[in-house]
Design a protein around this ligand. Structure first.
Ligand code: UFG
Length: 334
């Protein structure tokens, strides 16, 4: 298949492009580099030794994006492009609603015009809010605690409504848990701008000496050691889940969790990182972060049943590959 990957230069997008190319698909990337850069594209070529097409475009711009649809024969779309920083979304809700909703609507209008009927959407476990774990696809969604999460809920709704109105259309909504790690080559990985919001990039920057210590947000949750528990998933497992989803699309809509089903606490992750990489990560306990929940992990049965997919890599693989990328990666001012 010839697959349009929006946000294909980004963290999850670039790893997915590699998995698609390695599975024998062709790839057309649309990305405006608002949170990524050309280096990821170079690395995709180096790692796979394969060619792909690239359009530097904001996916919310209909006429600019249309060029990709007129010049390429697109069979399916994987839609990653979007703003994703929770805190920023609270400060700039309009930017988040405008960009994240308009890009999906624009893409769907182009899919309708060019009769593209295969679609995979990048959703998030954030739609479950603080519901009961393990999170199952059928459980009621809780209202999101921030505009970023709300755009995931709304985009899911837009895609379901579009699928209901267009019986030939096939869409899978993939709800990711906590993607971490990097391609084992160390050539691509997560490269946040500024102070990382997420745990793993913060750990790798502390290990590298770029930050003094990690602040563990709360040790009084009702969890194994009091720190927050998450379902960390290796980004290459996640990438392969997208290939499986693309290949298992059926008319109508469906929703599938992509996680490992296993919860790991903040301190367990820190210890695993220290052990596998033989490097110390100093930390101190800080107050809870607003909006955080105690426990978040997936029920993974549906992914196995519907996609024939399950995560293969463990927490040690995630820590090793994340560190490998961090060591290769130059930050501004370094
Ligand atoms: N944490 C720390 N210190 C840090 C960063 C994080 O202790 O410096 C803790 C958090 O409190 C939490 C855990 O590490 O317990 C994981 O935090 P992340 O920020 O890495 O991930 P979240 O689970 O908060 O957020 C992720 C995605 C969001 C998504 C959310 C809900 O980054 O995009 O899951 O699915 F919305």
């Amino acid at each position: 298949m010839n697959i349009l990957v929006t946000g294909g230069a980004g963290y999850i997008g670039s790893h997915t492009c590699i998995a698609l190319l390695e599975a024998g698909h062709q790839v057309v990337i649309a990305d405006d580099f608002s949170n990524s850069d050309e280096k990821a594209l170079e690395a995709i070529g180096t790692i796979t030794g394969k060619d792909f097409k690239f359009y530097q475009v904001n996916v919310a711009r209909f006429h600019r994006l249309e060029k990709a649809f007129t010049e390429q024969k697109i069979d399916g779309v994987i839609h990653f492009a979007g703003f994703k920083a929770v805190g920023e979304s609270v400060e700039n809700p309009l930017d988040y609603y405008a960009n994240n909703l308009k890009s999906t609507i624009t893409l769907l209008k182009l899919c309708r015009k060019y009769k593209v009927q295969q679609f995979v959407f990048s959703s998030s476990a954030t739609v479950y809010g603080d519901g009961e774990v393990p999170f199952v696809e059928t459980q009621n969604l809780k209202p999101a605690t921030n505009p970023y999460g709300e755009t995931k809920v709304m985009n899911e709704k837009i895609l379901k409504d579009y699928a209901k109105a267009n019986p030939e259309f096939a869409v899978i909504l993939l709800r990711y848990f906590n993607p971490v790690g990097a391609h084992p080559s160390g050539l691509i990985g997560e490269h946040p701008r500024g102070i990382p919001n997420n745990l793993m990039p913060y750990i790798t920057q502390v290990a590298k000496g770029l930050r003094d210590q990690l602040y563990v947000f709360g040790d009084d949750y009702d969890t194994v050691d009091g720190t927050g528990v998450r379902d960390y998933i290796h980004v290459m497992d996640l990438a392969e889940g997208h290939v499986q989803a693309m290949e298992h699309l059926q008319k109508g809509w469906d929703v599938v969790n992509l996680g490992t089903g296993k919860g790991t606490s903040v301190l367990e992750l820190v210890r695993a990182f220290e052990k596998v990489n033989e490097i110390e990560v100093p930390y101190s306990i800080a107050p809870r972060r607003e909006g955080d929940i105690a426990l978040c992990y997936a029920d993974t049965q549906k992914a196995q049943r519907v996609l024939g997919w399950r995560a293969k890599r463990n927490v040690e693989d995630m820590c090793r590959d994340a560190w490998q990328f961090e060591k290769n990666n130059r930050h501004e001012g370094q």
